[in-house]
Design a protein around this ligand. Structure first.
Ligand code: CMP
Length: 146
């Protein structure tokens, strides 16, 4: 039960061996992993995922970075999951992100900020992003023992 939200370890996080660390933080916090996929994003998926940024000056860099290597995309479920995840991820710019947040602890710069998480201020972004990366049959709910 609870809301589902989309999270992705970006190519910099995968290359630096941070998948396990990042998953652990969410698991320890009580968020339930209900789906996961290791993949290399192609241009088409990148343009859909980043459609809202199409007109931004950094768009081309964004697409080339996110397609530059494999990512680990996953779905978390829990009470108020989108907001909870965002607070654990921290501000977009690692220089602004608080210590103790994922970006605050591991982020290098605006592009190499280790993770993507659905925006809690964008209504429905979580389910939209989940649908972009996963078929419903890839997501499995179960009881977690805490
Ligand atoms: P994210 O929130 O995952 O999705 C949009 C991304 O755009 C954001 O993370 C940053 O990594 C990136 N981004 C935002 N602003 C800039 C910028 N000025 N230059 C480069 N990348 C940016």
């Amino acid at each position: 039960h609870g809301e589902r939200t989309f999270v992705m370890v970006k190519p910099d996080g995968v290359q630096r061996g941070l998948i396990g660390e990042i998953l652990s933080r969410f698991e320890e916090r009580g968020l339930k992993v209900v789906g996961g996929k290791f993949l290399q994003i192609d241009e088409e998926l990148a343009s859909e995922h980043y459609a809202e940024h199409e007109d931004k000056p950094f768009y081309d860099d964004l697409v080339s970075f996110i397609t530059s290597g494999p990512v680990f995309a996953f779905v978390l479920q829990g009470a108020d999951a989108t907001r909870q995840v965002r607070s654990m991820v921290g501000e977009t710019d690692p220089l602004e992100a608080d210590p103790g947040t994922i970006r605050g602890d591991y982020g290098l710069d605006l592009g190499r900020n280790v993770v993507h998480a659905s925006d809690h201020e964008d209504e429905g972004a979580n389910e939209r992003e989940i649908a972009l990366f996963f078929d419903e049959e890839d997501l499995v709910d179960y009881e977690r023992i805490d």
